[in-house]
Design a protein around this ligand. Structure first.
Ligand code: CA
Ligand code: CA
Length: 158
């Protein structure tokens, strides 16, 4: 009888653990996982933990997402609103020119046709290959060294 109780408890714990582990996969009424925000056909999630651009991308990948790509001013404003609660910190988005200087790509493979660079950026100052947003007074984009530690925003298709 005791053994059964222990087994039942273990089972309950496993179910709970799995529920927590899978919480980001649970779809809510907006078609996005819990705590993700929908905009158009994508779900966005702000990651407050600071890390390098590559680690931020890997963190997004672990949730079935990529660092956010941005394709219009409306999308950019939507992502900025996610960061408002945190005081518009500088954060990573998915743009990089690490493979070849001056050729900007999004980590999710979408085409890079929109940009919101700050005046004088990207300047590749001492080899900057990753895009931070919310930079400067006008909260535009800047290229920054990819090993800087910033919060980030992940995005994935609904
Ligand atoms: Ca560069
Ligand atoms: Ca720069």
């Amino acid at each position: 009888m005791k053994l059964l109780t222990v087994a039942a408890l273990l089972c309950a714990m496993m179910v709970l653990t799995m529920a927590v582990a899978n919480s980001h996969l649970v779809k809510r009424s907006n078609g996005c996982p819990y705590r993700w925000t929908r905009h158009s056909d994508r779900c966005f999630y702000y990651v407050p933990t600071t890390m390098s651009w590559a680690r931020a991308e890997r963190n997004c990948l672990s949730m079935g997402a990529n660092l956010a790509s941005v394709h219009s001013i409306r999308e950019y404003q939507k992502i900025q609103r996610l960061t408002a609660h945190y005081g518009y910190p500088q954060i990573w988005i998915g743009g990089t020119d690490a493979p070849q200087e001056g050729i900007w790509l999004w980590s999710d493979g979408t085409s890079f046709h929109y940009s919101h660079w700050c005046p004088g950026e990207p300047n590749n100052d001492r080899n900057q290959h990753c895009i931070q947003m919310n930079y400067g007074d006008s909260k535009c984009w800047d290229d920054l060294r990819c090993d800087a530690h910033l919060p980030s925003v992940c995005a994935k298709k609904v």
